[in-house]
Design a protein around this ligand. Structure first.
Ligand code: ZN
Length: 321
């Protein structure tokens, strides 16, 4: 197994969000990748500028962040050609590694825009090195930048950040410092190409939590009415975990619940509804082990939501009267 540590630079509409192409809000302008063998040694590099098709002018943030000029981009290859070469270069037996969870999403969205989504069939299993860095090194800090991690690990700064192949190299160096046995436990699944039918649904079991990605639904209500969605079970022993607090709408329109396994204690349930590019819905449910204080937080959140609703009802009542 080889590792393809990849990074993309992308551009957006220079004239603001409301002038952007909905099917391609971020257009990839550079692909950079470093290939590692199973021992974390570099065995290859990919570095390619892309000639933009949608946003020919660079957004000022892209320009200042990357230092790339329009003139250079015009010498780049069209996306279809570059992406095809890149996928060929990746080979057949590799795992993607990225810094954060956006790169593979944008790659797939760009491929879809160019009608070449067949080139990379999802869901994609990969390593999010940013997530691994937070897990292994950095409990206290919330900074998530690659630059921060490079300094934290006292790595030498070789090239400018925010150029694809440089960022890929920094990410690769961080990744190759990690314990492969630990790394393997914490893989991520990108579900931009989300499951459509029940048989394609994704269920991931980690040491401390369980993640479920459902099939598609027409709307939020049908999703939340599905028993498979509402179900809570202990991912450690497989027994049903009894709900202590039923699903309720909490912060940021997510649903929460509290369940308990007689043997393994409390679980915090969370459901987020995701909208696809085609305006369908699917569910991402997590069940995470928690303790008494975690259980109390859920109870508090439910109470807070209830009070707010009551206040709102009261206010509206007063207006009517
Ligand atoms: Zn259990």
């Amino acid at each position: 197994m080889e590792y393809v540590v990849v990074d993309f630079e992308w551009n957006q509409s220079p004239y603001g969000k409301n002038t952007s192409n909905k099917r391609l809000p971020f257009e990839i302008i550079e692909i950079g990748a470093v290939k590692l063998d199973e021992n974390g040694r570099e065995i290859g590099r990919f570095d390619q500028l892309i000639k933009p098709k949608v946003y020919k002018k660079l957004h000022h943030v892209t320009k200042s962040l990357t230092g790339i000029k329009e003139k250079e981009l015009n010498k780049g290859k069209p996306f279809a050609e570059a992406a095809t070469e890149f996928m060929d270069w990746c080979g057949d037996d590799y795992m993607f590694c990225t810094w954060g969870n956006l790169d593979l999403l944008e790659l797939q969205r760009n491929m879809k825009f160019h009608h070449m989504e067949r080139l990379l069939v999802g869901p994609i299993r990969y390593y999010n090195v940013q997530k691994l860095f937070r897990l292994f090194y950095d409990d206290e800090n919330n900074s998530s930048s690659l630059e921060y991690a490079v300094d934290y690990l006292k790595l030498s700064r070789k090239g400018d950040f925010h150029r694809a192949v440089n960022d890929a190299e920094y990410t690769a160096r961080i990744f190759s410092m990690m314990d492969p046995v630990e790394v393997e436990k914490w893989y991520t699944v990108d579900y931009y190409q989300n499951p459509k039918r029940r048989k394609d649904e994704i269920k991931l079991v980690y040491e401390t939590y369980f993640k479920y990605i459902s099939k598609e639904y027409e709307n939020r209500e049908t999703a939340m009415a599905d028993r498979e969605v509402r179900k809570t079970h202990c991912f450690l022993c497989g027994r049903p975990a009894v709900k202590r607090i039923r699903w309720f709408v909490g912060k940021n329109r997510a649903y929460y619940c509290l369940a308990e396994c007689p043997e393994h204690g409390y679980f915090r349930g969370k459901i987020r509804l995701k909208k696809t590019d085609e305006d369908k819905f699917f569910v991402v449910k997590t069940l995470r082990r928690t303790d008494e204080s975690g259980a109390r937080l859920i109870a508090d959140m439910k109470e807070e939501v209830r009070q707010k609703r009551q206040e709102k009802r009261h206010r509206e009542g007063t207006h009517e009267g």
